[in-house]
Design a binder for this molecule. Structure first.
Ligand SMILES: [Mg+2]
Length: 311
């Protein structure tokens, strides 16, 4: 457990640090409220022991600021115990009202300090587990279970954000809609298990092509998503026209290079993908039109014989 000790009296700091360290806790120190607020986000303590009377900024004000920072984050609440010189009922009430969780005398007997720290340590462990569980849940909520790509819901979210950013700065914006050719026939012919494997392989190829574009500096923050069924979408914010075209053809090539047999995909004999795109040198207007235009081009790609990009 990492403890942030906020205290101006050097003698108290010395004694408390020695005691807490001897129990095996990591202790960092801030000499007043202002310093505590400053280091709070970088230190990320599991517990804060907060003196009340301090120069520059007192403990109540510092607590108020820290709670303000936490209010902007999800599930953030660091336990704060006020350190007081006297155990009075009024001190406890004031401490809780100021956003603290408990208060404790600076001269607390050794066993009481040890017991309180053990209780706090249990809470810290639980909070760490909750953080891990929450981030796993978030990942599951944002990704498609079969392919591991971003799902439709999180894609909508991110496309909207990328679009608004591009519009407000008049930046370029590219969107590619992808559809596996004759996928229904693939499922009918090879079965749904094979269909799932095919979707996974194609999704991986699309994801790699998108990542490669980012890594090569052709695009930044572009991302692939499963749009639904056998449809995928690749969003390319701030992309140059050349890079946009390169990514589109790289995806078509990457999928056919997988060489997944598909004898019902006439002309090709392997699994292929068609791509329709929209490119705006300076984003403006409505995002729904961008999607409609990409869809119309995807239809053209199908009409022209599939396994190609119309952008
Ligand atoms: Mg003081």
């Amino acid at each position: 457990m990492k403890i942030l000790l906020v205290e101006d009296a050097k003698s108290v700091v010395k004694v408390m640090t020695a005691r807490l360290s001897s129990y095996g806790y990591e202790v960092c120190h801030a000499e007043n409220g202002e310093k505590a607020v400053e280091v709070f986000t970088s230190v990320v303590p599991d517990l804060i022991l907060m003196d009340i009377e301090m120069p520059v900024m007192n403990g109540f004000e510092a607590t108020n600021r820290i709670r303000g920072i936490e209010a902007t984050q999800q599930w953030a609440w660091t336990p704060i115990i006020f350190l007081t010189s006297s155990d009075t009922v009024q001190n406890l009430v004031t401490a809780i009202e100021a956003g603290g969780d408990d208060f404790m005398s600076k001269f607390v007997p050794e066993p009481v300090l040890q017991a309180k720290m053990r209780a706090m340590s249990r809470i810290a462990t639980l909070r760490q587990r909750l953080t891990v569980a929450n981030s796993k849940l978030q990942t599951m909520a944002d990704h498609d279970g079969l392919t591991g790509l971003l799902n439709r819901r999180s894609m909508d979210h991110r496309v909207d954000a990328a679009w608004m950013e591009a519009v407000s700065h008049g930046k370029p914006f590219g969107l590619l809609m992808l559809d596996i050719d004759n996928f229904k026939k693939y499922n009918d012919h090879y079965g749904h298990q094979a269909g799932d494997d095919c979707l996974k392989s194609v999704a991986r190829a699309v994801e790699l092509a998108t990542q490669r574009a980012n890594q090569a500096g052709l695009a930044s923050n572009s991302f692939a998503a499963r749009y639904g069924g056998e449809e995928f979408a690749v969003t390319l914010p701030k992309v140059t026209p050349d890079a946009y075209a390169q990514v589109a053809s790289a995806i078509v090539e990457a999928v056919s290079a997988l060489g997944i047999a598909h004898e019902k995909n006439n002309d090709w004999g392997i699994t292929t993908i068609s791509v329709g795109g929209t490119y705006l040198p300076a984003a403006n207007g409505e995002l729904s039109k961008v999607f409609r235009h990409a869809d119309a081009n995807l239809y053209q790609a199908k009409q022209q014989g599939r396994n190609r990009a119309v952008i």
